[in-house]
Design a binder for this molecule. Structure first.
Ligand code: BGC
Length: 251
């Protein structure tokens, strides 16, 4: 049995596709990080072409882990709201195996991947109780952990908040699209987190995704949330590192 020490971590997002080679033990990048814009429309063919071009810019890895912004049933995409609808029914693992010419490809939800990285090596390390990692980016992704164990595939970004999907009013994209001030947007994020806290009995929220870089702008406005809220220790890199960690999880 060969021990896998490094993997290509691939974080497919609605706005950007990011990747790097990751040391699986240390959870650290051992190559540069490459980011290309997500093609529009983000059809499977166009996204795969972008992924292949990213792979070419990095040292070749035997194994690949990929965080994908959607949900699966029996390996097939059932929803990917921030990509082209033609992804529905596609087998991401099979597409990547073929496109990247790699036999060993692991795939999981992007927020679950970022959550794994933060729980294993970041802000959630050794934290017991209910921890929810919320990625605020193009959409809202969630990863729910109970005493360190992941409940995979939660989609709490689509919870209704004041008659609208939370993702449409509390994602990082919503702030930009509406040109809201940080304070105005934080009010929505606060309402959203308070609701999750009430429904799930959350002990700690870890905020990842694009917004994690700007914690100082919104964390001070979340004083109504009853539990602790911190930003992802790995920031937006949690997505890449977590994607690589999916390899060890055998997804
Ligand atoms: C998708 C999730 C994803 C999140 C962040 C949502 O629109 O439904 O699966 O985790 O966006 O990319």
């Amino acid at each position: 049995m060969t021990i896998v020490r490094q993997a290509l971590g691939l974080d497919i997002g609605g706005t950007g596709i990011k990747a790097a080679v990751v040391d699986l033990e240390r959870g650290e990048l051992v190559s540069e990080r490459v980011r290309l814009s997500t093609p529009q429309p983000a059809t499977p063919e166009a996204v795969l072409e972008t992924v292949i071009s990213i792979q070419r810019q990095l040292p070749l890895c035997r194994v690949v882990g990929c965080g994908f912004p959607g949900t699966f049933r029996h390996g097939k995409v059932i929803a990917a709201p921030n990509l082209d609808p033609s992804w529905i029914g596609r087998d991401v693992k099979a597409e990547l195996r073929r496109g990247l010419d790699r036999k060993s490809v692991s795939v999981g939800n992007d927020a679950d991947a970022a959550g794994l990285a933060e729980m294993r090596l970041g802000a959630g390390r050794r934290v017991a109780g209910t921890v929810v990692v919320v990625t605020l980016g193009t959409g809202i992704g969630t990863a729910v952990f109970r005493n360190g164990a992941l409940l995979p595939g939660t989609e709490l970004g689509h919870l209704e908040l004041g008659g609208q999907e939370a993702e449409l009013v509390a994602s990082a994209r919503a702030r930009k699209d509406h040109n809201w001030s940080w304070e105005r947007w934080s009010r929505n994020v606060g309402r959203y987190l308070t609701r999750l806290e009430y429904l799930l009995g959350v002990d700690l929220f870890i905020i990842g995704g694009g917004a994690s870089k700007k914690g100082d702008k919104f964390l001070p406005h979340l004083e109504d949330v009853g539990c602790k809220v911190v930003v992802a220790r790995m920031g937006n890199l949690a997505g890449i590192i977590g994607a690589a960690l999916l390899v060890a999880e055998k997804r």
